[in-house]
Design a binder for this molecule. Structure first.
Ligand code: CP
Ligand code: NVA
Length: 319
């Protein structure tokens, strides 16, 4: 898919259905035959600026680019938000002279879209307050591995209508899944993203449904997904949110309403025995560590396509 070379990934909706499918198709191949891609991004440099903590995203981007022959520079931005010392425009005019790829984890989503608008090289959203597109790619890679296809799957998200929820809804729509979000009043996903996801779903045969009853949300589900009820940056709301989200806990009783073959999913880190019980998180239906592994494979595929490295694979593989 040459159309992805040089592109940004700020929102997963920046990609068409065909483009998301292309990333996932390549991710399956990269996962199956990693050595074929060993030097596909030889000598490419990636820089990562993170305003928030990370385990999975940082490590999977670094392991991914290292094993493709490139390297990563990590800049801890947790003590000073991006754009404070120097404008995003000036930063990007510097960065594009040195690196091939910019990866950002921010509070404000606009920090990412603004950097993308200035920088000549691709910019990837590694989580913002609005979206987490790399997570959604890994999660639908996981679902395709478990079920063969995401098309027609009943995908249930229970909990806060947050960044992860937004990207999952959009990706479910792109891939023709039936997405049901069960969240408390005032914690539903953003209306404009719901509308955007519904417009996409109309074209793919998928659907987006919002409910407030957690049992209704998971009944008959092929996949039950939850995330923390208090995201990074909202820590001051922990005590307020805990009782509101209690009925939305994914426990064995709630999972019993899903299909018997249903998988349990979580982007991690989990607050154990808050949004999900140990029994579910550590139970036989849980695929949370497959999701975590797939972050690396999905991001390899993403970087290969954005940096145009996928074309060089066969040639480079003989090195
Ligand atoms: N799931 C995820 O993005 O994890 P980190 O916050 O540890 O990167
Ligand atoms: N919704 C969570 C996801 C963490 C990976 C957050 O933004 O903190």
């Amino acid at each position: 898919v040459e159309s992805l070379a040089g592109r940004d990934l700020c929102s997963i909706a920046d990609f068409s259905t065909i483009e998301v499918e292309a990333v996932l198709k390549l991710a399956h191949d990269v996962k199956a035959r990693p050595m074929d891609y060993r030097w596909a991004l030889d000598a490419k440099q990636m820089v990562m600026f993170f305003e928030k903590a990370s385990l999975r995203t940082r490590l999977t981007f670094e392991t991914a680019i290292n094993t493709l022959g490139g390297s990563a520079i990590f800049v801890d931005q947790t003590q000073s938000p991006l754009g404070e010392r120097e404008s995003l425009a000036d930063m990007s005019r510097n960065l594009e002279r040195w690196v091939s790829l910019i990866v950002l984890r921010t509070y404000a989503h606009e920090t990412i879209t603004e950097m993308a608008s200035y920088a000549a090289c691709p910019v990837i959203n590694a989580l913002s307050d609005l979206e987490h597109p790399c997570q959604a790619l890994a999660d639908f890679l996981t679902l395709e591995q478990k079920f063969g296809t995401a098309k027609g799957l009943r995908f249930s998200y229970v909990g806060d209508g947050n960044n992860v929820c937004h990207s999952l809804m959009l990706t479910a729509a792109q891939l023709g899944a039936h997405c049901v979000v069960g969240s408390p009043k005032n914690y539903a996903p953003k209306a404009d993203i719901v509308a955007q996801a519904r417009a996409i779903a109309n074209a793919t045969g998928g659907s987006i449904e919002l409910v407030s009853d957690p049992v209704a949300a998971v009944t008959g589900a092929d996949a039950v997904y939850t995330d923390v009820c208090t995201s990074m940056g909202m820590e001051h709301e922990v005590t307020k949110r805990a009782p509101i989200f209690k009925p939305y806990q994914v426990n064995e009783a709630l999972m019993a309403h899903a299909a018997p073959h249903a998988v349990f999913m979580h982007c991690l880190p989990a607050h154990r025995n808050a949004e999900v019980t140990d029994a579910v998180l550590d139970g036989p239906q849980s695929v949370v560590f497959d999701q975590a592994e797939n972050r690396m494979h999905a991001q390899k595929a993403l970087m290969l396509l954005l940096l145009g490295g996928a074309q060089n694979v066969r040639k480079e593989a003989t090195k």
